[in-house]
Design a protein around this ligand. Structure first.
Ligand SMILES: Nc1ncnc2c1ncn2[C@@H]1O[C@H](COP(=O)(O)OP(=O)(O)OP(=O)(O)O)[C@@H](O)[C@H]1O
Ligand SMILES: [Mg+2]
Length: 375
């Protein structure tokens, strides 16, 4: 591992079109990715993740700013002069070639000798745990196996950096979860810097060393999964990563006597009877819904001013909780964090539907935004 960062993005900007048709896809992005990191770009659809990745790869020229790889400015360099490889979602293997031939292809183009080629391809196939599949055609593999071949095909070139754009997007949930574990293990093994694009917060949280959260072409926060989840810096991050209650400035002041917008995770909220400690915030409301999720249940509550509040509580503590009935909730003052009010949460609010109805990748939209009655 080297002390020189694998990637530096400096004041990166990309706009498409001109005049009134101009679309700013990426704006003012500054980012340093360390050598050997598993780094994720996380954000909703259209937030600029793929555009950033394409600029790093050299498929897209920035409108402004610079890209450094291993300390060298490559902003104007052609893709093939950069020490990076990309794995796309539609991994596009050559159907007429065997698995082994697919993996060897890049080395062949680079005029690596036949013997050496075979050896490196076979070795790579082993490290993606497909040692016995070299003679098969891609059509004789499962989706997850094909994805691993695509990975091997990129890794065999021994790039300094591997760029992955939603590489698990086409897989079903179970396979996706298996591949998350595998991908992480492979990255640890090969020690190559991975830049991983996803709109799935669970995926980003479970796999990454660090995450950059994108919104509208800009980075809202960079941090470890823990930092991002436990200390979201903006209302957007609080809502997008996990489920959060975002309390308006007015409500934060009324309940906690603090200034500014705050966020509280539903799992930090308890059901209480009457008295609670001084260090706690208590609030009364009416139960509007109870969702039984097994060990835990999710309670939706409407506060006196009409704001919604979501609490995740152990199901065995639900005695006396009934839809339409009164409830008292409490949380520690330390569980509430001031967040910058960056939002456009109005859009996200529309997707506030039960997660049983929706595929996992949309769960991050499940957010409660308390802004009184004007929402
Ligand atoms: N070639 C292009 N011409 C015009 N607009 C573009 C072009 N490529 C991307 N955009 C726009 O730039 C914005 C960012 O797109 P980008 O593909 O980077 O988003 P993304 O975060 O990868 O989204 P997704 O999760 O849907 O893949 C979008 O508004 C998109 O419509
Ligand atoms: Mg994309």
């Amino acid at each position: 591992m080297s002390d020189t960062p694998a990637i530096q993005l400096v004041g990166l900007r990309k706009s498409f079109g001109a005049g009134e048709h101009e679309v700013v896809a990426v704006d003012s992005v500054d980012l340093t990715i360390d050598d050997g990191e598993f780094f994720s770009l996380l954000g909703p659809s259209g937030s600029g993740k793929t555009t950033v990745l394409r600029m790093i790869a050299g498929f897209e020229l920035p409108t402004a700013g610079a890209i450094l790889l291993q300390g060298h400015d490559v902003t104007r360099q052609a893709p093939y002069d950069r020490d990076v490889n990309t794995v796309f979602q539609d991994y596009a293997l050559f159907p007429h070639m065997t698995v082994l031939e697919n993996i060897e292809y890049g080395l062949k183009v680079k005029k690596v000798g036949r013997h050496e080629r075979r050896r490196r391809a076979a070795e790579m196939l082993d490290s993606v745990r497909l040692g016995n599949y070299g003679h098969r055609k891609p059509s004789q593999l499962s989706g997850g196996q094909r994805q691993r071949v695509a990975l091997a095909r990129a890794l065999v070139n021994r790039p300094k950096v591997l760029l992955l754009d939603e590489p698990l997007g086409a897989l079903d949930l179970k396979l996706r979860e298996e591949m998350q574990v595998e991908l992480k293990a492979i990255q640890r093994e090969v020690g190559i810097t991975f830049v991983f694009v996803t709109h799935d917060q669970g995926e980003a949280l479970s796999m990454s060393n660090r995450i950059a959260v994108f919104n509208l072409g800009r980075i809202e926060q960079v941090g470890t999964p823990r930092e991002i989840y436990d200390h979201p810096e903006t209302s957007f991050v609080a809502g997008f990563v996990g489920t959060s209650n975002v309390l308006s400035a007015a409500l934060s002041h009324e309940l906690m006597g603090v200034a500014g917008v705050h966020s509280v995770r539903p799992e930090r909220i308890r059901v209480v009877q009457e008295h609670t400690a001084e260090s706690e915030v208590t609030v009364a409301g009416v139960v509007t819904d109870v969702q039984y999720l097994g060990a835990d249940s999710r309670i939706r509550v409407e506060l006196a001013d009409g704001s919604p509040l979501l609490a995740n509580v152990p199901s065995d503590g639900l005695v006396g909780v009934a839809i339409g009935g009164p409830i008292r909730l409490a949380w520690s003052r330390f569980a509430a964090f001031a967040v910058a009010d960056t939002v456009p949460l109005h859009d996200i609010h529309e997707h506030d539907i039960h997660e049983h109805d929706i595929p996992q990748q949309h769960q991050q939209h499940d957010i409660i935004h308390s802004q009184g009655g004007d929402q």
